[in-house]
Design a binder for this molecule. Structure first.
Ligand SMILES: Nc1ncnc2c1ncn2[C@@H]1O[C@H](COP(=O)(O)OP(=O)(O)OP(=O)(O)O)[C@@H](O)[C@H]1O
Length: 314
């Protein structure tokens, strides 16, 4: 593609409590000033990102598709494109969510929406970035960040249902909103049994607590659950933290917040591979890219895949 003639914008005006709308206004101003044609496709309800992205990908032309929203909206757009007749349709992305872990994970340096838009418009070839895929007989979804079971998923649930989220998001303190729910989760989250299959090995945990299959280091708006994860190495990482309480939890959490040395702790187990499976034996909260999965006994196979993105990362 030499010159971008049209931009198809998928906008979640709900994302980031105003951040996505504000980014979109700037984008529209720029496109109008530069006489680049565009169309805005607003998500009107949950799941619309999948439908819109699939429709756009099914009608290929010279335009670039650009998603403006949070990680949940980008997740939906990736899944929509993957369901289309052209599953390798590239997606541009201008972050406007509250957490924006994907951009943090791929080390996107450009923060200003217009500078990012200009870079996206001038790209001739998309960049390939890893995405995860989780599947079983009834479920098949791609994820850009991570899938979590237990602790972090319960935190996502409480955060999404907390009145403070909107208030803190207005102050651009989305991460704090996640953080303030941690105390409640520490009280309520039980340990649970978990089986992991990897490289012809089986590993059983009697008391799993935090379980995250991740494409890059971050979850929850900037917590580096696995600092060694890399969204370009064609691997996913799996981190399992056993149930810990009191000072042990506080010490581990402060290692996570400061230098990532929690990975060396005896209560933490992690692997890196291109596929693995896990099964938890009691109903638990689940999250995918910050969106709730219904409470379940999860039985997932994970594999790594790739997707092209209009994102200037190198
Ligand atoms: N018009 C809408 N009304 C209500 N919810 C919507 C609408 N459009 C999309 N959604 C939902 O909004 C949710 C949040 O979107 P998203 O994750 O993009 O933003 P965020 O939570 O602010 O950002 P992040 O995940 O980066 O923290 C998604 O579940 C999406 O389905």
């Amino acid at each position: 593609m030499s010159k971008t003639t049209k931009v198809e914008i998928i906008l979640n005006h709900h994302a980031g409590n105003g951040l996505a709308i504000s980014a979109c206004h700037k984008v529209i101003n720029f496109l109008e000033k530069n006489q680049i044609s565009y169309e805005i496709h607003k998500t009107l309800k949950d799941g619309d990102g999948v439908r819109i992205a699939k429709q756009l990908a099914n009608h290929p032309n010279d335009s670039k598709i650009i998603v403006i929203g949070g990680d949940g909206t980008l997740n939906q757009a990736v899944n929509g494109v993957k369901e289309s007749n052209y599953p390798n349709t590239a997606l541009g992305y201008i972050p406007g969510g509250s957490g924006n872990d994907f951009c943090r994970g791929i080390k996107l340096k450009i923060k200003d929406p217009i500078v990012l838009l200009q870079a996206i418009l001038s790209m001739k070839q998309p960049q390939t970035i890893d995405v995860g895929k989780a599947y079983n007989d009834d479920f098949s979804h791609y994820f850009i960040n991570n899938i979590g079971i237990g602790f972090d998923a319960r935190t996502v649930y409480y955060t999404n249902h907390s009145e403070r989220k909107d208030f803190l998001n207005k102050l651009h303190l989305g991460t704090l909103s996640y953080f303030t729910n941690l105390l409640k989760v520490i009280k309520k989250q039980p340990a649970f049994g978990l089986d992991v299959d990897y490289r012809n090995h089986k590993k059983h945990f009697d008391s799993a607590y935090i379980v995250v299959a991740t494409n890059h280091p971050y979850f929850g708006g900037g917590f580096a659950i696995d600092p060694t994860a890399n969204p370009f190495n064609h691997h996913l990482n799996l981190v399992v933290v056993k149930k810990i309480t009191g000072m042990t939890f506080i010490k581990l959490f402060s290692k996570l917040l400061t230098n990532g040395s929690h990975l060396q702790d005896k209560n933490v187990w992690h692997i890196e591979d291109n596929h693995f499976s896990l099964h938890n034996q009691t109903k638990q909260y689940g999250q995918m890219d910050g969106e709730e999965l219904s409470q379940n006994e999860f039985n997932f196979h994970f594999e790594v895949s790739q997707h092209p993105f209009w994102l200037p990362i190198k």
